[in-house]
Every structure is written in structure tokens, then in C-alpha cells.
Design a protein around this ligand. Structure first.
Ligand code: FE2
Length: 323
């Protein structure tokens, strides 16, 4: 079976192709800025401009034409309404033009699925750390449950907003990662876990004050931010492992590309006898291949009649019929 996946929940427009469970193409183009963050209508413009090019590039790489595709999968939730619409419209247009079945999938669950499939494991806990999302997700009791999540902004958006304040542009995460490697002195930063949830918004003011004081090197501030917020994520993930009795962790989301976060997860898993899995960066960030993989897993031979986007769907709202 050949599945074409379309990703367009936020800054990335991606098309991936999965053939018999193997990724054979994964192409994307991301909206970026030198200064400032994402402006929804500009993201929409970006996706509209690149969608055609990305589709054809993916088909070229896979050496296929649309007639070869057996299923069109697209991210229908959650995300920015402006961005989601482009992927949904493109998926519907291709569905109608080529008479190919269509399925809409949940983006967060797709991060877990690609992590499991590429590592050939199942029943893992997903640490999903991206711009808009920060969740610890696992399948329990017939649903994907959220064991912990951010109470305010996503960890990536936190890093981006701080990075913007430091003048690092967007996305700031990779630059903060590089600066942190040169940091040596840990500066105390609030460590905020409430129950199983984490919170970042309170840190923004604190970190801005540290920066404005000019008493610390930017490298040390970045180092201290990373050590603190990644420890928060590791703690909640470890508690989810303890609660569920699961023994595997996969990481997903753009912040999963951060070398220090992966190192800390690896250490935590090792110390409690669990296994930690990651995937190449192209599958950690938002991508079309994971949407294709989720479509493949989820498709039951019926055309999805409800292709409306759902920007606010929660991971634990999804009715799981495929497991
Ligand atoms: Fe994502």
C-alpha cells in the first residue's frame, strides 16, 4: 500500500510517501523569519505557495505519480486553523481529482506512531516536545492519554520567545542549544512542575530579568534554561513510566532535535532500566511521512467522511478504532 501524507499544522508544509510501511519520500518547507514569530496569514500564504512544489518533489523522489497513490492522509488536528486549512483543501482536492481514499489524522499521535514504527517497537511513551506542544502521551485504556503537559505555552514557543528577546531570530531553539554547550555556570531558574504538568510562562519574566541585568553570560543563561526545563520534562516522563509500568520512551517534536534533551532522556531511561528511542531529525520535526504512517496504521478501508479540520482537538479526545 502506498500512502501520501500531508502535514500542515503549523510552520511546516510537508509531504511524505510511505510504501509498504517504509518511508520513500519526505519533503518539506518551513515558514521562517529573521525577526518576530509566526503570523497566521503569512504562514497560510507560505503553505499555499509551496504546496504544489512540495507535492511534486515528493512524487519525483518516490518515482511515482498520483495515480500510484492508494491513500491520502492529512493532519486534521490540532494546529493553527490558517495552516491546517491548506493541507485539508489540498488533500480533498487530490481525493476528488484522483478518486483516492482520504483520511484525516491527529498530528500528536502521528509523532508517537512514527517513533514506534521507525524503531520497530510498540507500547512506548511519547515525550512530545515541540513549538506549540509539550505532552507526555501513552496508549492506555483504549485511548491515547496525556500523562502530563504544559499548562501554558509549548516548550519550543518558550525557547523561541526567549530567543527573540535575546535577538536570536526564529527558530531560536538550535541557537540556544549551541550557546548552551559553551555555558559552564548554572544560574538558579524556577523549576515549575504542578502535579504531572509543567509550566514555562513564569520563567519568561525571570529569564528576561537575568538577561537585562547584564550580570551573566548569554551562554550561561542558555545552559541554565536548558538544564532546568529539560529536567522538568524528564521528571514527568519518568513519572509516566513509573505510573504505567511501560519500559520504552520515544521522543518527538522539533525540540527533540536538541542534543542535551536527548542526552538527559537517555540517562533517565538508563537509570530506571527503560529504553530510549529517537528517530532522525527529519522525522522528529513536523513532517509528511509521519502523517502518511499514521494514515496507514489508522485506515480501515473506508473513506473518512469527516475531513473538517479541528484546531483544538486534544490527544485524549481521539476515538481510537485501529488498536
Ligand atoms: Fe508536531
Amino acid at each position: 500500500m502506498i500512502v501520501l501524507g500531508i502535514e500542515s499544522t503549523a510552520h511546516t508544509f510537508g509531504v511524505g510517501i510511505v510504501k509498504d510501511g517504509k518511508v520513500i519520500a519526505n519533503v518539506k518547507d518551513g515558514y521562517t523569519t529573521e525577526e518576530g514569530g509566526m503570523i497566521p496569514f503569512k504562514v497560510l500564504d507560505h503553505h499555499v505557495q509551496v504546496c504544489d512544489k512540495i507535492l511534486h518533489k515528493a512524487l519525483d523522489i518516490a518515482q511515482l505519480s498520483m495515480e500510484d497513490i492508494d491513500l491520502i492522509s492529512f493532519s486534521k488536528s490540532p494546529g493553527m486553523g490558517h495552516a491546517l486549512k491548506v493541507g485539508a483543501v489540498m488533500a480533498r482536492a487530490l481525493h476528488v481529482k484522483y478518486n483516492i481514499p482520504i483520511i484525516g489524522v491527529n498530528h500528536c499521535i502521528a509523532h508517537l506512531t512514527i517513533g514506534e514504527k521507525l524503531n520497530n517497537v510498540d507500547d512506548a511513551i511519547l515525550l512530545y516536545a515541540s513549538g506549540a506542544n509539550t505532552q507526555i502521551i501513552a496508549f492506555e485504556g483504549h485511548k491515547y492519554r496525556v500523562f502530563g503537559e504544559t499548562l501554558d505555552q509549548g516548550i519550543g514557543n518558550f525557547l523561541d520567545s526567549i530567543g527573540r528577546y535575546f535577538g536570536l531570530g526564529f527558530p531560536a531553539g538550535p541557537k540556544i542549544d549551541e550557546l548552551a554547550k559553551k555555558g559552564k555556570t548554572y544560574i538558579q531558574i524556577p523549576y515549575t512542575i504542578k502535579g504531572m504538568d509543567v509550566s514555562f510562562s513564569g520563567l519568561v519574566t525571570h529569564v528576561k530579568k537575568l538577561f537585562d541585568s547584564k550580570e551573566h553570560k548569554l551562554e550561561d543563561i542558555c545552559y541554565s534554561i536548558q538544564e532546568t526545563i529539560f529536567a522538568m520534562l524528564c521528571e514527568v516522563t519518568e513519572r509516566a513510566l513509573a505510573h504505567t509500568g511501560k519500559t520504552k520512551v520515544v521522543i518527538g517534536g522539533g525540540v527533540g532535535c536538541n542534543s542535551r534533551l536527548r542526552e538527559m532522556c537517555e540517562t533517565m531511561c538508563k537509570e530506571r532500566g527503560a529504553l530510549f528511542y529517537t528517530v532522525p531529525n527529519e522525522f522528529l520535526v513536523d513532517n509528511g511521512a509521519m502523517i502518511a504512517m499514521q494514515g496507514l496504521v489508522q485506515y480501515d478501508g473506508k473513506v473518512d467522511k469527516n475531513t473538517a479540520i479541528n484546531p483544538y482537538e486534544r490527544t485524549d479526545d481521539v476515538v481510537v478504532t485501529w488498536k
